[in-house]
Design a protein around this ligand. Structure first.
Ligand SMILES: [Zn+2]
Length: 118
């Protein structure tokens, strides 16, 4: 692993978002490289301080998330449209009472063709 690769993984490691195998590769590199070792220690300290700070913040009042969920049921959470007048791809994520379905469709010359429903 190069230093550039290690530095790309350090923030993920500090955020505990790195896979076990990538983490093992990073640690193997850091054990031999003092520059990356210093960067990893700083990133982990920053991550620890951020988690501690957020841990001290008061949470949302009870019932807030239920209220938000009740008001957003059926509303699209995300829509991504790519393409032009000739062809395009649309991806939608919406909230329903049973979850967040993800749908995708391909549009060719104005005709919608569903291609994905999860
Ligand atoms: Zn390095």
């Amino acid at each position: 692993m190069t230093c550039d690769q290690a530095r790309g993984l350090i923030p993920l490691y500090a955020a505990r978002a790195l896979s076990e195998s990538d983490g093992a590769g990073l640690i193997e590199h850091v054990s031999r490289c003092t520059v990356c070792q210093t960067e990893l220690v700083e990133a982990m300290q920053l991550g620890h301080e951020l988690r501690a700070t957020f841990g001290r913040l008061p949470g949302a009042p009870e019932g807030t998330w239920l209220s938000v969920a009740a008001r957003t049921v059926g509303m699209p959470l995300l829509q991504v449209d790519l393409g032009s007048e000739m062809a395009g791809l649309s991806l939608n994520v919406g909230a329903t009472r049973t979850g967040t379905p993800i749908t995708g469709s391909l549009s060719i010359l104005g005709r919608e063709v569903p291609v994905l429903r999860i």
